[in-house]
Structures are given as C-alpha cells and as structure tokens.
Design a protein around this ligand. Structure first.
Ligand code: GMT
Length: 374
C-alpha cells in the first residue's frame, strides 16, 4: 500500500508512534510518505520505501498566525495526487483530522477518492480537543474519518463521553520495538551515577503540568529518606525551571540529575530500577512501555489508560493521582531486593505483548478494511 502519514514531528508520544509505525510498515514493503512541518525526530535512517514531504508554511505580514492547516491540506492534496496514495493516516485529531477532511473534499472534486484513518492519542481528546474552542471541529472530523482508532479502551470511552461520536472506534494499543528497547549492558554508566549501589529511579516526559513531575520529585525525596537512591529526569518542557527550584528547596540537588532531551533513552532505562509516571492524564503511557521493555517496573498513577498497561501488583503499582504517600510506600515495596527481580521480569513479559510484530498487523488490517469499504 501507499500510505501518507501525518503527525507532529517532535518528541511527543503521538509523533513517536506515527514515525515508528511508518518505519515498520516501510520494512514490510509498504510505501510510506510522511507529511509534516519538519523531519520527524525518529525518522533517522534511510529506507527505499520512506519518503518525507515538508509542509511549506508561507508567512505574510497580515498573518499573526500562519494558517498551518491550509498549508497541510494543500500538501496532502498534492502528495495524494503525485504519489498516488491509497490512504491517509492522520495521528492526533487537531488539526490533522480536519485538514485531512478538507484535502479529501478537494480531491473528491478532482475525481480522486482518498480514505482517511484518524488515530486519537490522548490530549487531542482529554485536554485540548474537548475545549469549546475546538470541540465542534474535532467532533466533525472524527465523525467524517473513514476509520477511527484510539490507543486505549479508556481513550475510546473518553472520546464517547466528551464528543457526540457516531462512529465505531477501534482500539489499537501502542507498541514497542523490542529490538531497540531492551536492557543493554551499561554497568559503567550505572556505576558513574550510583557509585555506592544506590537504587536508580527514572522519569521521562515533556515536563508539562499534566505529567506531575512535582510528584516524581516528592516521591523520590521521601524514598531517599529511607534508602540510598538517585533520580534521573529525562526530557524538557514548561515545568523544568519550577522543578529545578523544587530540588533546591528540598536540598536534593546532589541526588537528582536533569538530563534534558535525550535520543538514546533506552540507555538510561537499561540501568534503572524504577520508572515513575504519576500523570494526571495519560491515554496509554508509551514512556512506561519503553521502560518495561528495558525490564524496569513502573510506579504510576491510575490515570486514563495506564492500568491497561501497568498491572497493579504485577508489573509495578498504580496509585491514586497525587497520592505521594502511597506512591512512596509502593516505590519502596518494588525497590526491596526481595521483590525487585520479580517485578523486573514481569514488566518485560508484559511489554512483550505490545511488541510491534503483534500490533502492526492490526493497523494493516484496518487499512485494508478501510480501503475495501470506501
Ligand atoms: O503525553 C504527551 O505529552 C504527548 C502526547 C502526544 O500526543 O504526543 O502523548 C499522548 O500520546 C501517546 C502516544 O499514543 C500516549 O502514550 C500518551 O499517553 C498520550 N499522552 C496523554 O494522554 C497525556
């Protein structure tokens, strides 16, 4: 098949899923055309079946905000025509699903029918999308997609709750490439960070409020009172400065390192003992799956779709959002040397269920069915 993939090209989870999906489809022999405003972060290797089309966003003195959605729709029209695409797969409803709708109508007038698959990722529904300033367009573009998928049962439920949806939503969970995300031998790295055998806690995110990085630091602070431990924070974003200030206030700077945006996050995960994800909202929690694939148990909140991934008492624990006291207790339980090996083993076993080889055929199936029915 010839598929156009539209996504955000940055470090965000939806962009990562879209890019990894495209790469895997290209390896299977499909021709994949990425359409976005800059090269996707993880589109980092050459494959004869992978193509990248940059959306040109022309500025003009009249525009306070350049109309990206129009430039994107125009680019989709051109790529569909000139590359003879069979299907468009758009990730994240805003503005990709509505731009795809516009492209589809333009193409229809030119006698070309292009089916559209929309994948909902989370904040496009649970935060931004349901805001009254976007809701009518999101509802419309979901209802006018040929097929809609969501990355968890919880996100599917939330979509029906927040929007007047007339379409079926197919749940296809996120996936992991176990070839890349696996525990690597990085003992020298562990020794450098934890020279006295301290336990290593890790959090990765885009440091947005919804990630509750403050809870990560507070849980660590409490854990650190009980056992020798270090914390690595991977990623960057709006909350970073505040979090650095909090570390200074708590006097924990010596035990916490902010690593910023890291490409090879699997190297850090390879030496971690516990991954923390106390998010307020999380449709799936791809970062937790990446940790589990590297044999790291997860201490998380029970928000959104996380419990569909992190099984309470088995691969880690899920606690009420913001319950730092309970999270500290559970973190110490996981980190206990009598329990840790079991949690690590079960985290990996669970991650295997989400191996890309199990999930890719589900998307291929959706593509075939969408093309057939249209
Ligand atoms: O979580 C983020 O801040 C990024 C966001 C995105 O849209 O890029 O991630 C969402 O999509 C990921 C991939 O499907 C999911 O694993 C994340 O759970 C989801 N984030 C939220 O729901 C907050």
């Amino acid at each position: 098949m010839k598929i156009g993939i539209v996504c955000y090209p940055t470090f965000g989870g939806s962009g990562v899923v879209a890019t990894e999906l495209g790469k895997a489809l290209a390896k299977e022999g499909h021709q994949i055309h990425f359409i976005t405003y800059s090269q996707p972060t993880r589109l980092d290797f050459f494959n004869q079946n992978l193509f990248y089309h940059e959306v040109d966003i022309k500025s003009y003195p009249l525009f306070d905000h350049a109309p990206y959605e129009l430039a994107l729709a125009s680019k989709m029209v051109n790529v569909v025509i000139y590359e003879n695409l069979d299907l468009l797969h758009v990730h994240y409803a805003i503005p990709h699903a509505s731009a795809a709708y516009m492209a589809k109508q333009i193409l229809k007038e030119r006698g070309i029918y292009i089916p559209v698959v929309t994948t909902l990722h989370g904040t496009d529904i649970t935060l931004v999308g349901k805001d009254p300033s976007y809701e009518p367009v999101v509802t419309f573009s979901i209802n006018h997609s040929d097929t809609v998928t969501a990355v968890s049962e919880d996100l599917k439920k939330a979509t029906f709750e927040h929007f007047d949806i007339k379409k079926e939503i197919v749940v296809i969970p996120n996936f992991i490439d176990l070839e890349r995300f696996k525990k690597q031998k990085k003992e020298h790295f562990k020794l450098a960070i934890c020279p006295h055998g301290e336990k290593l806690l890790v959090h990765t995110s885009n440091f947005r409020k919804v990630k509750r990085v403050e809870d990560v630091i507070r849980v660590f602070y409490e854990v650190r009172k009980q056992i020798p431990a270090k914390l690595l924070l991977v990623g960057d974003g709006p909350e970073r400065d505040k979090m650095e200030r909090l570390c200074r206030e708590l006097g924990t700077c010596d035990d916490i390192r902010f690593l910023g945006k890291l490409e090879a996050v699997e190297e850090v995960l390879s030496v971690a003992d516990l991954f923390l994800m106390p998010s307020e909202k999380e449709s799936f929690g791809l970062a937790a799956l990446e940790a589990m694939a590297c044999e790291v148990p997860v201490l998380s909140s029970n928000a959104g779709g996380i419990p569909e991934l992190n099984i309470d008492g088995e691969t880690g624990f899920t606690c009420e959002i913001g319950d730092v006291k309970e999270m500290t207790k559970k973190a110490l339980e996981i980190l206990d040397d009598r329990n840790l090996p079991g949690f690590k083993k079960r985290a990996l076993e669970r991650a295997k269920k989400f191996d890309i080889s199990n999930i890719l055929p589900l998307y291929e199936n959706v593509y075939h069915q969408t093309i057939e029915k249209s």
